[in-house]
Design a binder for this molecule. Structure first.
Ligand code: DQA
Length: 148
């Protein structure tokens, strides 16, 4: 069975490419999606790549992930630092969960240092731009294989 990974992106990530490029770079979210699809294919997996500006929609998608995929990669964007609802939804998922951020949140404002997602994630990658998503795909697969 092909491994399926849900990749969730939170608010304002649809603006990548034009949004604060000095922090987030020039790649668009479509570019990131293409990078993820290619890396997943190389590793024999497929990705279900989504973005929403709405907290509840992300919660609904996480609930859907429980029965439709084998792993979750999440960049919850600003909801990382605020959302108990997303944390609670992730806590119902018995599968690898990797948190990703394009920027290094620990080098930024102190309110970005706190992450609710980290309480449930197997691991977190930040500061490596879109490459972090590629590393996260590899991490989910290794976790499923029992190699990490
Ligand atoms: C982000 C970091 C968050 O603090 C911020 O709110 C984002 C993007 C990142 O990918 O670096 O929207 O998750």
């Amino acid at each position: 069975m092909t491994t399926k990974i849900m990749i969730l992106n939170g608010p304002n990530l649809n603006m990548l490419g034009t949004r604060e490029p000095e922090i987030y770079g020039s790649e668009t979210l479509s570019d990131v999606e293409a990078i993820c699809a290619k890396r997943a294919e190389q590793l024999g997996a497929v990705v279900d790549f989504r973005q929403s500006n709405i907290e509840g929609e992300l919660v609904t998608w996480i609930q859907e992930a429980r029965t439709s995929v084998q792993g979750i990669i999440i960049n919850a964007a600003a909801y990382t630092h605020t959302s108990v609802a997303i944390l609670d939804a992730l806590n119902t998922c018995d599968m690898p969960i990797i948190e990703v951020h394009l920027s290094n949140i620990h080098q930024r404002e102190s309110f970005r240092h706190e992450t609710y997602i980290a309480r449930v994630a197997d691991g977190m990658i930040c500061g490596l731009g879109s490459h972090g998503y590629e590393l996260a795909i590899e991490a989910v697969i290794r976790r499923l294989d029992g190699r990490i």
